[in-house]
Design a binder for this molecule. Sequence first.
Ligand code: DAH
Length: 339
Amino acid sequence: MKDLLLAMKNKAADELDEIRDESELENARVKYLGKKGELTGVLRGMGTLSPEERPVIGALANEVRTMIENKIAQRKEALRKKALSARLLLEKVDVTAPGVCPPVGERHPLSKVQDELCSIFTSMGFDIVEGPEVEYDHYNFEKLNIPKNHPARDTQDTFYITENVLLRSQTSPVQVRTMEKQRPPIRIISPGRVYRSDAVDATHSPVFHQLEGLVVDKGITMGDLKGMLEYFAKQLFGEDTKLRLRPHHFPFTEPSAEVDVSCFVCGGKGCRVCKGEGWIEILGAGMVHPNVLRGCDIDPDIYSGFAFGLGIERIVMRKYNIDDMRLLYENDLRFLRQF
Ligand code: DAH
């Protein structure tokens, strides 16, 4: 029995030294010290020993047990330390490594110009209002003095939801919506998306952006319109900018004009940007038609007003010398990062 215990002691010591993880360690504990374990088995045989042998073997058995227990505790601690340092190594943060820089976005040139336009007009006391993109025929055409079968509808063919509901072809319906709700004095701008059933090419898109303006009060004249636009053009294109009004026709203004600014690249001499003309058309404008005022319950004998509408894409393209409108919608970062 003594030999058995000594052999067990050596075997257990070797085995425990080899152990690599905690579950193996637990198996070894059960194998030697468990209820059906090897050491327990030996102790059970103690009954057969002589009274002289018993204390000697008992002491040896205790020695073996203590050795095994200590060894298990040691191995456990060693394994814990090893696992901890492995984990520390794995989770190590190199604080000197360069950081991963999150890509920072830029404002789209269309948004930039729209913001610039809005801030010029708000500095003149205009309020910004918004109107729906899905609009009634009634507001988009009818109330703007464009009855059914009016030829002006041809140039503003759009997308119809039903016979009477459409995607607005211009921001002008916001004029009507504002005048229906608000009494003069009115001084608003309204930027937003508009739609037309146009095929995509370098200068056309079925979706684009306009900015509408409307002023209604007592005694508003074409002179006010011109003065205001002149101030606006100088703010946007520079102090030396000149303005030119050409007679035109819009159903909802009378008189109406197309408005050009002197070319901000060549100053009017003629260059590539203005296509040799010296002037760049930027917007349509005019005095609000009496029919439109009357339709909104505003008495044209007491009040008058002016309105204007500009295409934001056109201004962006001129300002940044972009020759293809599609570039504004493709979201190619190589293009967008230039602004
Ligand atoms: N709505 C017109 C268009 O899309 C632009 C316009 C012209 C707006 C004259 C106006 C205006 O307010 O007075 O072609």
